[in-house]
Write a protein that binds this ligand. Structure first.
Ligand SMILES: Nc1ncnc2c1ncn2[C@@H]1O[C@H](COP(=O)(O)OP(=O)(O)OP(=O)(O)O)[C@@H](O)[C@H]1O
Length: 321
């Protein structure tokens, strides 16, 4: 498989507060690649920088530093016209809240027409209708029951399928699915995941699957990137990351997934204290929470090293400096 996307040393710093504001390094020196037709999960707890990475790739926000290459082309150097005419034809996104993605004042058909108007203006009305109906059938919907309806007349699952049908009308090379199934019930969630996998198989669409849910990431992805507070702590082949986790944070995350047949029992656990969440910008960001942290972990950031084929970890326990 050849390379589709390359993210190099991507950094995004936000400034919060008006006077004497403080800086949040939401994404801190993140590098990874995606192959054509590959599904990559970007996994991490809330605030780890996943959505910010998706928005940077989509050029919805500007990075503080780093490069994004799509098929070798520098995305950050693209003009607005190039983005609109070319990049967004090939890179589409589906976000978490399907209700927020539609204008409640218009029937959902309008959202399909906007795609045609923006990217395929020369397609005739008849051809549009045919393509829309085909896309709706592909995502398991009956066009007769969907077309002409307003968003409030449809369920969250139906709207999410419509968003996927809309994104896939263009048969994009890259789909960014940001918590795209988080708001759906379990059975609809699996349907939508299967749909995404089916599209990858059919059209070779690469998918960046952004999620905080390890099980969903494992189900759908070929490769997994584990984020912690803006940094990549571990990444690689999904089987290797899940069955041979190396970073103490990945191990903790995997141990925290509740088992279906294990009941909760009181263990007197104290919630995490505020001072333990303070992290240093020079050292490993996980060091204050890490049971195996040493002095060096607070002093220097470990490099992301390939410890076995297709398996990288950023941890001083594995020789990172
Ligand atoms: N526009 C912004 N201004 C200031 N800070 C921001 C902004 N957007 C994000 N952040 C901060 O950047 C950090 C990363 O946020 P981001 O939304 O990327 O995380 P996430 O991993 O996607 O979390 P979630 O799963 O909760 O959406 C957080 O600390 C967040 O508060």
């Amino acid at each position: 498989m050849s390379e589709l996307l390359r993210v190099e040393h991507l950094t995004k710093t936000f400034t919060s507060g008006l006077i004497g504001g403080f800086e949040i390094r939401a994404v801190d020196d993140v590098s990874f690649t995606m192959k054509k037709g590959e599904i990559v999960s970007l996994v991490g707890e809330s605030g780890s920088g996943k959505t910010t990475i998706g928005k940077l790739i989509l050029r919805l926000i500007q990075p503080t530093g780093g490069r994004i290459l799509f098929e070798g082309r520098d995305v950050l150097q693209m003009s607005k016209k190039e983005l609109r005419r070319d990049y967004y034809r090939q890179v589409q996104a589906v976000f978490q809240d399907p209700f927020a993605s539609f204008n409640p004042l218009y029937p959902i058909d309008r959202s399909f027409d906007l795609v045609f108007d923006s990217y395929l203006p020369d397609v005739s009305r008849g051809e549009r209708d045919e393509a829309i109906n085909k896309a709706l059938v592909q995502v398991g919907l009956n066009p007769d029951q969907i077309r002409g309806k307003f968003p409030h007349q449809l369920s969250g699952g139906q709207l999410q399928r419509i968003l996927i049908a809309r994104a896939l009308l263009l048969k994009p090379k890259l789909l960014i699915a940001d918590e795209a199934v988080s708001m759906l019930d379990a059975s609809t969630r699996i349907d939508i995941l299967n749909l995404l996998g089916d599209f990858r198989d059919r059209y070779g669409t690469s998918i960046l699957f952004v999620t905080h849910d390890l099980a969903l990431g494992y189900y759908i992805s070929d490769s997994t990137i584990i984020m912690y507070r803006g940094t990549v702590v571990e990444m690689g082949d999904t089987e290797k990351v899940f069955y041979n986790p190396l970073h103490p944070y990945t191990k903790m995350l995997l141990e925290s997934v509740p088992d279906l047949n294990v009941k909760w029992e009181f263990k007197g656990i104290e919630p995490e204290k505020e001072e333990e969440t303070v992290y240093s910008l020079q050292g490993c960001r996980y060091a204050p929470r890490c049971p195996r942290a040493r002095k060096t972990c607070f002093r220097s950031r470990p490099a992301l090293l390939e410890v076995e084929k297709d398996h990288w970890v950023a941890c001083h326990l594995y020789g990172g400096e």
